[in-house]
Design a protein around this ligand. Structure first.
Ligand code: S3P
Length: 196
């Protein structure tokens, strides 16, 4: 089979496994949810959306402004509502803000309408990435690396509830997206075998 035909057959296999559900990318700040989401969406031929961008559009404020003016609690309420709305819309690849999957309500809605994929990255990789793009409200303190480590401890057991986990590596964007696509395809092949 030519590489193009192989890619198309993998795409069809994944779309069949998704059965209309969204692909929902989960992970800590710096895991690469948005960058990977864009590439995966284009490979699957699905539209892409980032929940933080939608929150900013809905509130006409930036995420740091929302935290500053209304606090984290209000931000989380808005985040929950925006994600519930996105999950009710047409099929897409959705990248979530790092804290969104911590809401039990959001996890339930994702289980009903999406396929969740956790991009699992280690501390040094996350920290090197977030250091390149400052401005995240939760990391505006004297020990952002320690904060990330604590968030990993709190969140990784919950991220572990995602349908699939892919370990992030220092690969090119395309190679990492390829790894995620392969992992999804393998997951759906295994699920089909189990159901047969
Ligand atoms: C947050 C992650 C951010 C953004 C907000 C809170 C978190 O999104 O939603 O700053 O709680 O981890 P990214 O994960 O896209 O950086």
């Amino acid at each position: 089979m030519s590489p193009a035909a192989q890619a198309e057959s993998t795409r069809q296999l994944i779309l069949q496994g998704l059965d209309g559900r969204h692909v929902v990318l989960v992970g800590l700040m710096g895991a690469g949810k948005t960058a990977m989401g864009r590439v995966i969406a284009s490979r699957l031929g699905l539209p892409f959306i980032d929940s933080d961008d939608e929150i900013e559009a809905a509130s006409t404020m930036t995420i740091p402004e929302l935290f500053e003016n209304y606090g984290e609690g209000e931000f989380r309420d808005l985040e929950r509502r925006v994600i519930a709305r996105l999950l009710g819309e047409r099929q897409r690849v959705i990248s979530l803000g790092g804290g969104a999957f911590m809401s039990a309500e959001t996890r339930e809605a994702i289980a009903a309408h999406g396929f969740s994929l956790w991009i699992d990255a280690d501390l040094d990789l996350l920290f090197s990435r977030v250091s390149r793009k400052p401005g995240r409200p939760l990391l505006q303190n004297r020990d952002p690396k320690g904060t990330l480590a604590r968030l990993m401890e709190q969140r990784y057991p919950v991220y572990g509830k995602a349908d699939l986990r892919v370990k992030s590596e220092e690969l090119s964007r395309d190679a990492m997206a390829g790894k995620m696509i392969e992992a999804m395809a393998d997951h759906f092949v295994a699920a089909e075998k189990q159901n047969a």
